[in-house]
Design a protein around this ligand. Structure first.
Ligand SMILES: [Zn+2]
Length: 105
């Protein structure tokens, strides 16, 4: 986001900037992209939170570890990545999303 210096003319209504909205794979709620965790596929077709390992631009979004369970149950990854997600390792993702180690089951 660009930061404005020098100030804007007085009396001008400050408009809400266009924030990109994305849908969470788990709960299906639409939220500003910045509030969601972005998942991408790495070279092995595994969803990961490490965007540096992305092999394609397509991403999927989750609110957090709680929504991961719902997403796995709904098999949402297959749809989100158009069938390119091969093996989802929910436990690894769970930790990457901030879940407690061992708390997946
Ligand atoms: Zn969610």
């Amino acid at each position: 986001m660009r930061r404005r210096t020098g100030g804007s003319p007085r009396g001008m209504k400050v408009e809400q900037p266009d924030v990109p909205i994305r849908t969470c794979l788990g709960c299906g709620r639409r939220r500003p992209k910045a509030e969601l965790v972005r998942l991408v596929l790495d070279a092995s077709g595994q969803p990961t939170t490490e965007s540096g390992r992305a092999i394609q631009a397509r991403g999927a979004y989750l609110c957090g570890p709680g929504c991961l369970k719902a997403a796995v149950k709904r098999k949402a990854f297959g749809r989100a990545f158009k069938g390119r997600a091969r093996s989802v390792d929910p436990e690894r993702l769970w930790v990457a999303l901030g879940g407690e180690v061992g708390g997946w089951r």
